[in-house]
Every structure is written in structure tokens, then in C-alpha cells.
Design a binder for this molecule. Structure first.
Ligand code: SF4
Length: 384
């Protein structure tokens, strides 16, 4: 599997919790699309010898783009890459952008998966987050997408909001269920530095409220989704009928992906590279056939940590056979030493050759995973 990620950094308005790279103006749109196609062209040698299984438009707000811009990007990809017949093409959409015309254009471009940024169906939550849409628009956007024949639809919902409570959160999940969607991505509210939310939370002492809501609502999320027969195949991802996000699965499986656009990341199994987060410079450099990026080569320790992080978050878990095959003995000793204590408290269970988080363990996943990590200055001889 190999995927292409296209970053579209335009948004109508800044949501207060967001720390993605975006700008709230469309003035660079046409130059940016030209730059994206130039980047695809400049990097065509990276597409040799691979078949592309997934294309993902993420942002920012890709649904801001018009049909012509999307066509130009997809056209440039198809000219430079070999595409799999079963190609999954996802576009992230904000509810307020979705219209019959837009959905028809997605169909004509063979976009076959929608990821709708609902976040909540509750107006108070949405106002708090400074989202552009309201709850009614969110429901209408899903209905419209289904009416236009889209079946592979995911929505995002955020839990832990200080405006929310158990009743509101359960209602969000009920509305999700009403639409019989095949996929849900549900994330906890995280308060990142350099966001508007960070200052607000400090000023209004909301830390405790958010922390309690995150825990209580995550427990409800797992319970309700189990009741509705959804598979929790990754901590934040739920689906029915094995309708996994192929694109995200390739991240979690450590497969190759190529990120195009400002701030986009790429990974080829050993090297991680990322374009600089500055749209004006990105455009200027590409107009001179230059692409400016940073990179790091992952060493064995990084690859081990990466595998622990991604595999333990999935329901398939962390394979001991794979660890033994890929990493030195000291790493395996360290792994066994750490995992044992979490098996004892039932945060981790062993299923055949794989170690998986239990529902209880998912609540403490960050702690479990960070204990399994090997830090740069770790003295591995202590584990005998
Ligand atoms: S729409 Fe998405 S990318 Fe844009 S500011 Fe809101 S959360 Fe961030």
C-alpha cells in the first residue's frame, strides 16, 4: 500500500482548538494549486515502482476548493503515478461547504470517501469551538451526501468539550447512529499551546472540567459504539463492515506515503521529511523549481518507538514476532519488562502473538506507550 496526502491549508475561520497549518484567506489559492502540481511533477521519481492505493485531501479545509482546482491536482497525480484500480480518494469536508453541486463534482472526479468535520451536533459546543457551521447544517450535510449516493462517509466528533456533558455526548452518538454511517473518527479535545483555546482554558480554569469530560465521555464512546456493533480498530476510529480508512491504516502500518503541499509530511520507511510551514515561501520556491523541506533519518530506536506507538493504538496490536525480527534483543527485553506490569493490571492482553490494549488500557494509552518507548539516554542494561 502507498498513499498520497495533499494538504489544503485554507479555512474560512480559525477554530479555537486548532494547531494545524492553515490560513484564513483564499488569496493564494490559484498559485498554491499550481505549486502543488509543480511539486508532484518535481517528485515524480518517488512515484516510480509504486502503485498508489489512496489519495487523501486534508487540511485546512479541502472542501473550500472548486472542482477545477481538485481536477488539476488529481490530473497531475494520474499523469505521474500508477494508480490502483481500487483507489480510495478521501476529501475532508466542512458541513457548511457541502452542496449538491459540490457532491456531484466529487462524484465526477471519482472521489469516493467523505470525511466530514462535524465535531458536534450541539450548537453550544460548535459555538464554543468557533466552528462555522451549526448542528442542523451538520445533519443536513450528511443527509445530502447520502442522497447523492456516497456510502463511504466518516464524520469527526470531539469529546471532552467543557460545554458538553454526558447527555449532550450521548445525543451526538445517537445522531451519528441514526445515519448508519460506516465510520466515525472521535478525538478527545486537546488543548495545544499557541491556540486560542489554550488561553481561554487558563483564564477560565477549565482544565479539570475538560479532563473529567474526556475520561467520562471516552468511556461512553467505547460503550455506545460497542452497543451499536462498531469495531474500534484504532483508538480514535470506529467502523462497521471492515470499512477501515485505508489511508490512515497505511500510516499505522508504517507504509510509504508522500505528502504534497505546505507543511505536508512524507515517509518512505526510513526517512521522514516535511515541507516548511510557510505558504508564501512554498509558492515562491516552487515557482523557481525548488522545494524546501526538513528531514530526519529514523534509526533503529526511532523505528521501534514508531512501531510501538502506531501498533498499540490499533486493535491488531503489537506483534512480538515482528519485534523479534526487526529489533535487537535488548529492545525485546525492555518490551517484555514493561508490558508485563500492564498485563498484570489488565491494561494489555495478549492475543496469540500480539499485545493489545484493553478498553481500560485505552484510557491510559499514552502512559503505557511512553513506558514501552526507548529514550535516547535509556540504559538498556538495567533490564535483565
Ligand atoms: S476548519 Fe479544521 S483546519 Fe481549519 S481551523 Fe478549523 S479545525 Fe483547523
Amino acid at each position: 500500500m502507498a498513499g498520497i496526502y495533499i494538504h489544503i491549508p485554507f479555512c474560512k475561520k480559525a477554530c479555537n482548538y486548532c494547531d494545524f497549518y492553515f490560513i484564513t484567506s483564499l488569496k493564494y489559492e490559484s498559485d498554491y494549486i499550481k505549486s502543488l502540481t509543480k511539486e508532484i511533477d518535481l517528485r515524480k521519481s518517488e512515484f516510480n515502482d509504486i502503485k498508489i492505493d489512496t489519495i487523501y485531501f486534508g487540511g485546512g479545509t479541502p472542501s473550500i476548493l472548486n472542482e477545477k482546482s481538485l481536477y488539476n491536482i488529481l490530473n497531475s497525480i494520474s499523469k505521474n503515478c500508477v494508480l490502483n484500480n481500487n483507489l480510495e480518494i478521501t476529501i475532508e469536508c466542512n458541513p457548511d461547504d457541502i452542496s449538491i453541486l459540490k457532491l456531484k463534482s466529487y462524484k465526477s472526479l471519482n472521489i469516493n470517501r467523505l470525511s466530514i468535520g462535524v465535531q458536534s451536533f450541539n450548537d453550544e459546543d460548535l459555538k464554543f469551538m468557533k466552528r462555522v457551521h451549526n448542528g442542523v447544517q451538520a445533519q443536513k450535510s450528511i443527509q445530502l451526501s447520502q442522497d447523492q449516493g456516497f456510502t463511504n462517509i466518516s464524520i469527526d466528533l470531539i469529546y471532552g468539550l467543557p460545554t458538553s456533558n454526558i447527555k449532550i455526548w450521548k445525543k451526538n452518538l445517537e445522531i451519528f447512529k441514526k445515519f448508519n454511517l460506516v465510520h466515525l473518527s472521535s478525538y478527545s479535545l486537546t488543548v495545544e499551546k499557541n491556540t486560542l483555546l489554550f488561553n481561554l482554558v487558563k483564564k477560565k480554569n477549565m482544565e479539570k472540567k475538560i479532563e473529567d469530560n474526556v475520561i467520562n465521555q471516552f468511556i461512553i464512546l467505547l460503550k455506545e459504539m460497542k452497543k451499536y456493533d462498531y469495531e474500534n480498530y484504532e483508538i480514535s476510529s470506529f467502523c462497521i463492515n471492515k470499512m477501515y480508512s485505508k489511508h490512515n491504516c497505511s500510516y499505522w502500518n508504517g507504509e510509504k506515503y508522500i505528502g504534497i503541499g505546505v507543511a505536508a509530511h512524507s515517509f518512505d520507511g526510513i526517512k521522514r521529511r516535511w515541507n516548511k510551514s510557510h505558504i508564501k515561501n512554498y509558492i515562491i520556491n516552487l515557482s523557481n523549481n525548488k522545494l524546501i523541506y526538513d528531514f530526519e533519518i529514523l534509526d533503529n530506536r526511532d523505528l521501534y518507538n514508531e512501531y510501538i506507538l502506531t501498533s498499540l493504538r490499533t486493535s491488531w496490536g503489537c506483534s512480538i514476532t515482528k519485534l523479534i525480527k526487526l529489533f535487537p534483543k535488548q529492545y525485546i527485553k525492555h518490551f517484555y519488562h514493561q508490558i508485563e506490569k500492564y498485563q498484570k493490571v489488565n491494561y494489555v492482553i495478549k492475543k496469540n502473538i500480539n499485545y493489545c490494549l484493553t478498553d481500560q488500557g485505552k484510557l491510559f494509552s499514552n502512559k503505557v506507550i511512553s513506558d514501552l518507548f526507548i529514550s535516547k539516554d535509556e540504559n538498556l542494561n538495567i533490564v535483565e
